[in-house]
Design a protein. Structure first.
Lengths: 114, 111
């Protein structure tokens, strides 16, 4: 596609439910990033995929969070047993290679846990 | 782990005044990138600096990368209302691929 696509754009879920957030990166981009942005705050790094290498999961806040990237393309971020503090905008970005190229962001998924 | 600090957190200026935001890393960076996020939008890439001491300009915006490749700055000359938004620096470590963002500087411009 023309840009990074994220779905859904908005998600309201009940506390304790599981959610899946999807990211379609730009075709051919080998690097994919997930970030979380709480209202008015900065970008909190969650996880990073680069090609076929093991992902860098150092930013995941708890074991309730996990992410996969199938076939080096689409990625899914899963949050299990959601809590109210998980409410935020989840942003996905991709880049052509992991060094020296810009990251293109999707529009984000706004997650609200009620 | 790698940390990127950015100051100030907020900056309110009168239109026509200058603006500067500063970024510091706890480790040496392979490159630093700057992004702008408009209210309600997503971050959009502005520029990347790679070389020690590098200075780049985009119209009224001047970007600098420190000699030690651990700090950077963005300076806007004669701000306009269209400059409103949050400016983020993002550092990439030498052997790490992840892009770590500073907390951003939110700029407001009073006409």
């Amino acid at each position: 596609g023309a840009g990074v696509s994220q779905s859904p754009s908005n998600k309201v879920t009940e506390k304790g439910k599981d959610v899946e957030l999807r990211c379609d990166p730009i075709s051919g981009h080998t690097a994919l990033y997930w970030y979380r942005q709480s209202l008015g705050q900065g970008l909190e790094f969650l996880i990073y995929f680069q090609g076929n290498s093991a992902p860098d999961k150092s930013g995941l806040p708890s074991d309730r969070f996990s992410a996969e990237r199938t076939g080096g393309s689409v990625s899914t971020l899963t949050i299990q047993r959601t809590q109210q503090e998980d409410s935020a905008v989840y942003l996905c970005a991709s880049s052509l290679v992991w060094q020296n190229t810009e990251a293109f962001f999707g529009q984000g998924t706004r997650l609200t846990v009620v | 782990g790698q940390q990127v600090m950015q100051i100030p957190q907020y900056q309110h200026v009168q239109e026509g005044e200058d603006f500067t935001t500063y970024c510091n890393s706890s480790t040496t960076l392979s490159n630093i990138q700057w992004y702008k996020q408009r209210p309600g939008g997503h971050p959009v890439f502005l520029i990347q600096l790679v070389k020690s001491g590098e200075v780049k300009k985009q119209k009224r915006l001047t970007f600098q990368f420190g000699e030690a490749k651990k700090n950077s700055s963005l300076h806007i000359t004669a701000t306009q209302t269209t400059d409103v938004g949050t400016y983020f620096c993002a550092g990439m470590g030498g052997s790490q691929g992840n892009l770590i963002f500073g907390k951003g500087t939110k700029l407001s411009v009073k006409p």
